[in-house]
Design a protein around this ligand. Structure first.
Ligand code: F6P
Length: 489
């Protein structure tokens, strides 16, 4: 890798210490798309050089493992990683993470096509942050900016995702002299869709977030559509002018581009080779039933209720298949997520009853399942059913494509993905590679997609798709972004 990121700033630490130092049980690697994409980018620490990852200390035993300023060296599969944790009080954390990041920004930024709160009945309206909550968000972002400036000599600082959107501008205000990159892992919203939510106060918060991002030398987003929406917002809210390859704002050039994230295929293949066949998959095979799986974080952006309703309808239409659904707990304590759990229980009960009447096994659980078990399910499925209402990328279809590469081409699965997920736009092509777009806002689209997939009518996961996913992996994503960032400065 030519270009390097001496500093990676992310809300999530590289891993959380959930065990005390004296126990030899491994610490838990955090979940989520960001880590899967950024992990392969880090450069091992040789005592003088390499990447320093700065993240929030969220693990119960984190403080036992770090020095007085939060530093430690983490042993990772890619070698030693210099790592610093920033610690915050619970009120600050609740304001930053619970209120602003995940009750305001997260629901707001996924409004890329439609007014989801109105259309779904369960998607939460973006909650305008309280002034205390916003101050916490500013405080956490400022702590990251100050921590980065303490890393003297770091030439490149790569700030990750919406939770740290104010950091690039804060770095610049503090006279940070290195290159500043910012990547948004989630979608950027459409102004005309979010306008009903833009009270003057909310509009001011959104402007501050966009101004924060514009402090970077290079702003990366997932897809060209996200770039368009970001440029439109920067122009309307911050008076930015379009210039070739980016924006002119405040007398500065800011490069803006689309850098769809990828995965680490080796991480998936290693698990796919080792993962055991799940009992429920074996049972389905004994019944001669195809297996449909739905696996992701239990998030209101994933369209899980719409998927469960389509599954119930497919059972009612007489289709026979086993369904294995796993929604892993996420952002616990954030009220919007508790409401979703109740919604999922209702929709799962209806689908379970429909499955019962046609004698088919149906499972929908809220559980954290080990990485190998998740990959084994993706490997053995006949249909991998994702249905995001909106998604920066959605790595599940990419992981499934690689896991399925262990199977003969004519036995592979069909993968369904929401039409507003980055993965469908970037990798879906014309649907002739086994990755098929479905519209979670139209039940007939979901049911037809599922029926077609069960009948294997769209082409199954193709060698071409697998090659594309392997080629556009996390490593090439990082190299492209960091190479362009070097060029931008
Ligand atoms: O990919 C979007 C994202 O918010 C990442 O920032 C994060 O790694 C993942 O989803 C999981 O979210 P959280 O860090 O809140 O558990």
């Amino acid at each position: 890798m030519t270009a390097r990121a001496q500093l990676i700033l992310a809300n999530r630490a590289f891993l959380d210490h959930e065990a005390p130092r004296w126990a030899d049980s491994p610490s838990t690697a955090s979940s989520g798309g960001l880590l899967a994409a950024v992990r392969p980018v880090i450069q091992p620490w040789d005592g003088r050089e390499g990447t320093t990852w700065i993240g929030v200390g969220m693990g119960r035993f984190d403080r036992e493992w770090v020095d007085a300023r939060g530093y430690e060296i983490l042993e990772t599969p890619r070698g030693p990683l210099r790592h610093r944790r920033l610690f915050f009080g619970s009120a600050t954390w609740q304001g930053h993470y619970g209120e602003v990041a995940n009750s305001f920004t997260w629901p707001l930024f996924h409004l890329v096509r439609a007014d989801l709160p109105r259309l779904t009945g369960y998607y939460p309206a973006p909650q305008p942050p309280s002034s205390a909550g916003w101050q916490s968000f500013v405080l956490v972002n400022r702590a990251f900016a100050e921590a980065a400036c303490e890393e003297d000599g770091a030439q490149t600082c790569w700030v990750q995702d919406y939770q740290l959107a104010l950091v690039p501008a804060m770095l610049r205000e503090r006279g940070y002299r290195g290159r500043i990159g910012f990547f948004l892992h989630i979608p950027f919203p459409a102004l005309d869709v979010v306008r009903p939510y833009l009270s003057p106060e909310v509009c001011a918060r959104l402007r501050t977030i966009v101004e924060g991002m514009l402090g970077a030398d290079l702003v990366g987003l997932q897809t060209p559509a996200d770039v368009e929406r970001f440029v439109a917002a920067a122009s309307e809210l911050c008076g930015a002018r379009e210039a070739d390859g980016g924006l002119e704002v405040g007398g500065r050039r800011v490069r803006v581009g689309a850098y769809p994230v990828g995965i680490d295929p080796e991480e998936v293949l290693t698990a796919a080779r080792r993962g055991r066949v799940a009992t429920r998959v074996r049972q389905a095979r004994e019944l001669g039933l195809p297996v449909v799986v739905g696996l992701e974080r239990g998030d209101f952006t994933k369209g899980i209720p719409e998927r469960l309703r389509a599954i119930a309808e497919a059972y009612r239409q007489g289709l026979r298949f086993a369904y294995i659904g796993i929604a892993s707990p996420t952002r616990e304590g954030v009220e919007a997520y508790d409401a979703l759990d109740r919604q999922l229980e209702r929709d799962a009960a209806r689908a379970r009853e429909a499955a019962y009447w046609v004698g088919c096994p149906f499972t929908q659980v809220r559980a954290s399942v080990g990485w190998e078990d998740v990959v084994a399910l993706q490997r053995d499925a006949d249909v991998v059913f994702t249905s995001s209402l909106a998604d920066g990328m959605n790595l599940v279809p990419l992981q499934a494509a690689v896991a399925q590469s262990l199977r003969p081409a004519d036995e592979r699965a069909v993968v369904l993905a929401g039409v507003d997920a980055g993965v469908t736009r970037v990798f879906g092509g014309d649907g002739q590679d086994g990755l098929v777009g479905v519209d979670p806002l139209r039940q007939e689209s979901m049911v037809e997609g599922l029926i077609a997939a069960l009948e294997g009518r769209p082409v199954r996961i193709s060698d071409r798709l697998i090659h594309l996913v392997r080629e556009r992996d996390a490593r090439s994503w990082g190299e492209r972004f960091l190479g362009d960032l070097e060029e931008a400065c």
